[in-house]
Design a protein around this ligand. Structure first.
Ligand code: ADP
Ligand code: MG
Length: 709
């Protein structure tokens, strides 16, 4: 329930069948406090209990290996046998066609008190044969009369909702059946309070069922079709309001938040004339135009710059930075890692200095003394551009006049951090440019960045040769090393990357060090660099610099080099234990090569034993360089919950819609939200009353809106 008139704020303790003790458990274990919370606790799956079996059917050896079955019959009697941990309660259950044993090792005393001898029960569980006898251990058990006040189909069966539960709840006999019964009790008393939250026009147009019906059937589906309609309706509603909120936010920014007006372009012109190192691609020119237009309007820019790895986002950002500086404002560029901040700093420094601009760097390892100087320079306005990491977010970092924030590789930053940057300037908010390299699936982009305007670089700089990707088994290492040797002889440099994952850090670290030793033994004639996350920043820097200066030929590293590092002469990326990396991550890693004019290679090394998903991941990479295709495959394989950036961001908190599967609904919902907001931004029209009411009730109560930056 997203709609919360006072009735739905009632504490669940007052619901028939709950009471203070269960209420406390619901509060603690499920975060359910009110009627609304309970109604919104949707099942995460459903079991097909539309069919009843006869005991004779399952005891028939032909039918062995059945999954869980549902039976209807009488519990004749029971007994307790065994001692200690073997102590168990055995119930003898028969239905006229045969008899079966029901076995419990737990809750024995509770069962003794509550079981009804000769009672009629519905039993559900997985039958197993042991010594010629059939039994079900820890079956679900329900008195037939209780079972039968559920909506049933012709055969007397139903779809059983399965709810998220905790071990503690189960121990207190709170199971899915009980929750379904509570939902039923709640629905019965609340039907008259449930209001429709979508306008009639949308309901008609997309043939959605009403809110009441949907809530009923999501908990107590009469049949498969009703369940399908209920889910469709609730997903639509959820995605509609998700998009409505984001688009509304965007409109508010556009109309209400002033931005500095940047019109002078002296440095920009000079840079184009004297220092631009290459011809910009058409895509780069187009996105620069889009950014410049934003920064001229007098409204705050909030723009997402999307472009595949290596598409040349940095230069675009730099040109936008020059525009800010041209107009007496300062700029900051924030990167997710020290290495990347260093790289940007080193890369941009020559340009900045050629134009007589002061650029500086602030990271976690900047000394106190240095910091004081930087803080001062920023306040006085003598520093024009600052490049850094999260360190830039600290409150003490204040500017004379911050005009533009560029956030690189956004997926590492949360939305809250984005918001923090807003407040770095007194008076007018700075313009914000978010750059993301992982091409994220469209559905995720819509929900994560739906409040931003989007610019896309969909073209690679000319002369790039597509990276050749191959998959090799560990047993071919000798041949792979032979190939590496040839490439180094031609003057190229090599990355060899190892996984380093927190949970198995020690082992991974050993793998990395073993790998390093074996590489140095195999290439005695060459110099190696090594970089990993546990090294002090100074040492990392030093190793990185040696590689950039081509003093070393091979860089052995963990994924710290994943993001953004740019060494055009490095043309081979070897990924060890590639099966342990995600698809997007592998694509990112591969993007470290292919930046120069030479043919580049990516070699994915794995064990021979691979899961089906892993094979799909590797095949996808070998087949395509297209980041969007890769992102979509990734989403399908992993599901959205797992995608980097979604958990921390807090923006995507969908309870029923699934970004991997509901892309089509999302698209339509977004179009609807967009059209309504264009047509009637203040929701004055009578047909939009349901939206207005809903938005207002949500705003009045504890709300999701505050989470949006
Ligand atoms: P990303 O979009 O992944 O951040 P970068 O900005 O690091 O990519 O650019 C990748 C490489 O391509 C850099 O070496 C950069 O100098 C180069 N580059 C960018 N734009 C062009 C262009 N138009 N022509 C040639 N090289 C370019
Ligand atoms: Mg980059």
């Amino acid at each position: 329930m997203t709609e919360r008139p006072a009735f739905f704020e009632t504490k669940i303790e007052y619901l028939k069948g709950v009471g203070p003790q269960r209420a406390a458990l619901f509060n603690l274990d499920l975060g359910i406090f009110t009627y609304a919370d309970l109604l919104q606790h949707y099942p995460f799956r459903y079991e097909d209990r539309t069919r009843f079996y006869d005991i004779s059917q399952i005891t028939d050896p032909e039918c062995s290996g059945l999954a869980a079955v549902q039976l209807k019959g009488r519990l004749r009697h029971w007994e307790i046998v065994g001692e200690g941990h073997k102590k168990r309660l055995i119930g003898y259950f028969s239905d006229g066609s045969g008899t079966l044993e029901l076995v419990w090792f737990q809750s024995i005393s509770w069962l003794e008190k509550n079981l009804r001898a000769d009672g009629e029960y519905v039993v559900y569980g997985k039958p197993v044969a042991f010594g010629g006898k059939f039994s079900i251990t820890h079956p679900e058990l329900e008195i037939l009369s209780e079972a039968s006040d559920r909506p049933e189909n012709e055969s007397g069966g139903h779809w059983q909702p399965v709810y998220n539960l905790t071990e503690r709840l189960r121990k207190r006999h709170i199971d899915s059946k009980l929750i379904a019964r509570l939902q039923r009790a709640l629905l019965e008393v609340s039907l008259s309070y449930i209001r429709e939250t979508l306008p009639d026009s949308l309901i008609q147009k997309y043939r959605l069922i009403g809110k009441k019906e949907a809530l009923w059937h999501i908990h107590l589906p009469a049949n498969e079709a009703a369940l399908h309609q209920a889910r469709r309706r609730l997903k639509f509603e959820e995605l509609f309001y998700n998009q409505f909120r984001l688009i509304k936010q965007k409109l508010i920014r556009k109309t209400e938040y002033a931005g500095q007006v940047f019109t002078r372009t002296d440095f920009v012109g000079q840079f184009y004339k004297d220092h631009l190192p290459f011809e910009l691609t058409n895509a780069q020119k187009r996105v620069i135009r889009e950014i410049f237009e934003d920064m001229r309007t007098g409204k705050q820019m909030n723009r997402l710059l999307q472009g595949d790895v290596g598409s040349g986002k940095t230069i675009v950002a730099f040109i936008a930075i020059l525009l800010a500086i041209d107009n007496a404002a300062q700029a900051c560029l924030m990167a997710p890692t020290e290495i990347l901040a260093e790289q940007h700093f080193q890369g941009l420094k020559p340009y900045a200095e050629a134009l007589g601009l002061k650029i500086t760097k602030l990271t976690g390892s900047t000394t106190k003394k240095e910091r004081r100087r930087i803080h001062e320079g920023l306040l006085l306005g003598t520093v024009h551009l600052i490049v850094g990491t999260h360190a830039l977010l600290e409150d003490i970092v204040q500017f004379k006049n911050l005009g533009l924030c560029v956030i690189d590789e956004q997926h590492r930053f949360g939305v809250a951090q984005r918001a923090k940057l807003w407040n770095k300037n007194q008076g007018v908010y700075p313009h914000i440019l978010v750059m993301t390299a992982t091409p994220i699936p469209r559905t995720l982009a819509m929900t994560l960045y739906g409040d931003l305007d989007v610019s896309i670089i969909d073209e690679m700089p000319a002369g790039r040769k597509p990276i050749k990707t191959v998959h090799r088994y560990d047993s071919h290492r000798l041949a792979v090393f032979g190939f590496l040797r040839e490439e180094i002889r031609k003057g190229r440099q090599i990355y060899i990357v190892y996984p380093l994952i927190e949970e198995s850090e020690k082992m991974d670290f050993k793998d990395l060090m073993d790998g390093y030793e074996s590489v140095s033994r195999s290439f005695p004639e060459y110099q190696l660099s090594i970089v990993h996350g546990k090294m002090p920043a100074r040492d990392k820097d030093w190793e990185m610099q040696r590689f950039i200066q081509q003093e070393t030929q091979i860089m052995v590293a963990t994924t710290v080099i994943e993001v953004g590092v740019n060494v055009p002469n490095a043309s081979v990326m070897v990924v060890e234990s590639a099966e342990r990396f995600g698809l997007s991550q592998l694509h990112q890693l591969r993007g470290r090569v292919g930046r120069g004019a030479e043919q580049s290679f990516c070699i994915l090394m794995t064990d021979v034993k691979l899961s089906k998903d892993t094979r799909i991941r590797l095949e996808t990479l070998v087949r395509t360089n297209n980041g969007f295709e890769i992102a979509d495959t990734d989403l399908k394989l992993r599901g959205p919950g797992d995608l980097s950036g979604t958990q921390q961001s807090g923006v995507v908190d969908l309870i029923i819609a699934d970004l991997a599967k509901d892309g089509e609904i999302l698209k339509v919902a977004r179009e609807c939200a967009q059209a309504i907001l264009e047509d009637d931004p203040d929701l004055i029209l009578p047909q939009h009353a349901p939206i207005r009411d809903h938005v207002e009730t949500v705003r009045e109560n504890e709300n999701n809106w505050a989470r949006i930056s």
